[in-house]
Design a protein around this ligand. Sequence first.
Ligand code: ADP
Length: 350
Amino acid sequence: MEQRVKELLNRILHPETQRGLMESGFVANVTANDEKITVVLQFAKVRDPFAPKIQRQVQALLEENFPALKETITVIIKEAAPKAAQPAEKRTTTGEIDHVIAIASGKGGVGKSTVTANLAVALRNMGYRVGILDADIYGPSQPKMFGLEGYLPEAEQVDGQDIILPAETMGIKIMSIGFFIKPSDALLWRGAMAVNALRQMIHQTRWGKLDFLLADLPPGTGDIHLSIISELKIDEAVIVSTPQQIAVADVRRGVEMFRNPQVNIPLAGIVENMAWFTPEELPQNRYYLFGKGGARRFAEENGVDLLGEIPIIQSIMEGADNGTPSVSIDSRVEPYYRDIAKKIVDKLRK
Ligand code: ADP
């Protein structure tokens, strides 16, 4: 019976190793008899972000296969071995980065990438050294935001390791998954392939000294996010939402992902994008096309800060299309992002 349990355990793949739990060495102990089954899992990392999900998968699979023992199946996660027992940390180029800020969203199309690009410019205007890691494998848009389409990063060999040179424009270092894949192929990037590419971008980009690295995450919450989170030490997360999307479960799932005890990344807060519309000819009027105050309510209910509200402004859209973030050209837009940037910086100082 133990053998059967082990076979079942090996059918569950760890998203990072892409190998079964037995094969990956993540099963510390199995006891199984006619009365009960106990499985002890032990992961290589002290805080493996996939642990809770795998624990649930194991529980469900065993319950399905041994329905009679449903009440007596226990799946435990044992603390990982102390750090010293693990292989030495691999070399990484992120050592000179002071703060990593992840920009996330529940769904695509809410302006996450636009906010990332403009925040980067706002932070640069404040005198900080800034980089952007565009990890949105489903729709990498930073190359377009900065007019860098077609940029082919060069690599150089340092001590036998390939180091990739980021693009640099407006004093901002930019590395995008879009430099490596055609937009039409983005949807084919799944699982291990995307994870490997992201890992290389994170650890092998010559960022140099940076005050802030903004990571433009893919929309939603999934294994790819957990992989990025486990590779990159993120100091704070920002969630971008539109008024329509704020009520939808995806945003709450985003909040829960960062608060998950295994992940435990502080949330700087929420940015409400496309909050209202003001026509040029009626500058005093604000039209809340998709409802008013939703993000503020959501923020209060979930104990998250509202970092700012950004209206719909034509130059924001045009800037994103033309490769010049609006903050650098439109003085009406700049204060919105400067304000948000300041709040983020202040939170990190606390
Ligand atoms: P995401 O990264 O969430 O998929 P994008 O940043 O690509 O979204 O934005 C989606 C579209 O909305 C783009 O065409 C962008 O120019 C536009 N957009 C984003 N924010 C604003 C805004 N505040 N005002 C006007 N257009 C905006």
